[in-house]
Design a protein. Structure first.
Length: 306
């Protein structure tokens, strides 16, 4: 969330513009009928949402849900991790792009050093929650941090996922020259560590997984720029203001909030609406992003997370 965009004068969503937890429950129930078994709570920053622990605990009423994950910037994780675990959170993913304080502060746009984030990671491990760390790699900005990050999280036994720099949202100044490919990242890691792949053929995995041959941990590469996986995508995203997006790079979403609050709403009609929307999806932005004429406005990450 760049500070030049989301500064002190930015008008954020009002509380009545958010989806209510009861409305989210209705959506969860409907998505379960369509085969969904995993839920990820993301942001913005989900730890800022009042009542989050109670909501996570309430998800226990859906026995079909096998996994409830949370993605966070980690700044408040250390103080919240025990209650999140006790509420029923399955695992946590933390976003961190560098160990170097200056680089990290520049990338998060707030000058925040990684100390608090690292404390959150260690607190989650101590609480027994599985942890992954996501690092977006940008050429000339934090590509010097690939090996330091790999060393640090290998030592902790934490899976680190390197993500190719993507043109999410409309304000990150993306161009292809700033992308460090998964192949380049892997080559850097192999200068210091012996690694081997883990089932790279799986269409169900967003990340290409590798393990260190000394048996101490693994890492992943998310290569949606250089090796898109649109055809195998099974993710639906609900924004903070109640829109359904079937692609991270979508321009428009289906307004579920208005439907949920209308007199026409019923669970059966919601089931039908979601099934129809998913059945007609044809998203393939990552496959065509470099073709002429693909520049377009996209939903902001602060609305739908990753």
């Amino acid at each position: 969330m760049p500070k030049e965009i989301f500064g002190p004068d930015y008008v954020f969503l009002k509380k009545d513009q958010w989806l209510r937890f009861a409305e989210l429950d209705d959506l969860v129930a409907s998505f379960i009928k369509l085969g969904v078994r995993k839920i990820r709570l993301t942001g913005g920053e989900p730890l800022l949402r009042p009542g989050l622990n109670k909501y996570i605990h309430g998800l226990r009423r859906f026995p079909e849900i096998e996994d409830v994950a949370l993605t966070t910037n980690g700044l408040r994780l250390a103080e919240r991790v025990a209650e999140l675990r006790d509420a029923g959170l399955s695992r946590v993913t933390v976003s961190l792009d560098a160990l170097d304080a200056q680089i990290s502060g520049a990338m998060n746009g707030r000058g925040v050093a990684p100390k608090a984030v690292l404390a959150g990671v260690e607190a989650a491990l101590a609480a027994g929650l599985p942890v992954k760390v996501n690092m977006v790699v940008e050429r000339g900005v934090n590509d010097s941090e690939i090996l330091p990050m790999a060393r640090h999280f290998k030592a902790l036994g934490v899976t680190l996922r390197f993500i190719e720099f993507m043109d999410v949202g409309n304000h990150n100044g993306w161009n292809m020259d700033r992308v460090v490919s998964g192949r380049e990242i892997l080559q850097q890691i192999e200068t210091e560590f012996e690694v081997e792949s883990i089932d790279l053929s799986s269409a169900q995995q967003v990340a290409k997984r590798y393990r260190y041959t000394d048996g101490n941990g693994e890492f992943g590469l998310i290569t949606s720029v250089t090796q898109p996986f649109c055809g195998g995508c099974t993710r639906a995203r609900i924004s903070a203001d109640g829109k359904l997006y079937t692609c991270l790079f979508a321009s428009k979403g289906l307004d579920l909030k208005s439907f949920l609050r209308s007199e026409d709403y019923s669970p059966a009609k919601l089931d039908e609406l979601l099934a129809r929307q998913w059945g007609q999806r044809n998203d393939r932005y990552s496959e065509i992003r470099t073709e002429a004429g693909t520049t377009r406005q996209k939903v902001e990450m602060s609305y739908i997370g990753g």
